[in-house]
Design a protein around this ligand. Sequence first.
Ligand code: FA5
Length: 348
Amino acid sequence: MWEEAFQAIRKAPDLEALKQLKARYLGKKGLLTEEMKRLKELPLEERKAKGQALNEVKAALERAISEREAELEALALQEALEKERLDPSLPGYPFPKGGLHPVTLIERELVEIFRALGYQAVEGPEVESEFFNFDALNIPEHHPARDMWDTFWLEGSFTLKGPLGEAHPGRLLLRTHTSPMQVRYMVAHTPPFRILVPGRVYRYEQTDATHEAVFHQLEGLVVGEDIRMADLKGAILELAYALFGPESRVRFQPIYFPFVEPGAQFALWWPEKGRWLELGGAGMVHPRVFQAVDAYREALGLKPAYREATGFAFGLGVERLAMLRYGIPDIRYFFQNRLAFLKQFKGV
Ligand code: FA5
């Protein structure tokens, strides 16, 4: 009878079967356990001999079970090792690594250049009020200058936050340039300072190879005592040197922007290509802008801080610069998210 048990144990195909065999012989209601219970029915002499024999069988069964268990475990391990074999000499799977968008690359480069000149980068909201985008920048309603910026107007009663976090009522729009941040920053700070405002802007425009409805600008604003046009030219010249080396030059041509006087559009000389790059607009901050800032400050209970101030501002198109820099023929490529295009720009 026990011979059969030993055989079954030795041949148990897996751990589960072994567990069942263990229960069958050694469990609470197992054959051997039952046999032991019956010992007390035997006469004393027999009981002793039989008891000893059963104890030996029990020990032997236990030994057999744990031996088979060890065998089966080793087998399972062997199997797993076979199945999950790892070949460390195989080449790894290529893991695609993302790169930065070309607009981000140029934007970071520009911010770095100006940071070295003491500028601090700040950001402002893309949903803006008519007041900061136009009125405070000396572009009143019904003034023809408003036509310079075709605007996406927003509907609804969302209340915008002003420069100090106060509720700012007013008609809402998607900012058409980064210049409203000039006003926001000045209201909340006192001169002197040098700031940069990188950001996305929106224009209700037909798109073509050089015009997008959504694009990026980089605004610069420097306010202090006795800031002059020469300082503006110097800042743009530093930009030209940083981008195109010491052979570069800058060109300023008069142009009208309501928030600067005089106003200029500026271009950088690209020696490598032997051509001028039209980059953006600039000028000396218009006194009306300073007045609007001080009026707003007073309305908030702050002291006027711009009565004696002088300053310059500039704003340039980031995509336009990226296009020229990287030889991109169409501005629309930036927002199509085609990997073949984006993969050409690597950077960290
Ligand atoms: C402005 O937006 C002024 N706020 C710039 C400024 C700032 C002037 C501070 C004076 C003082 P303008 O509309 O010209 O100006 O736009 C500035 C630059 O943005 C342009 O030179 C051009 O590089 C870029 N730009 C304008 N429109 C588009 C467009 N639709 N798509 C792509 N880039 C554009």
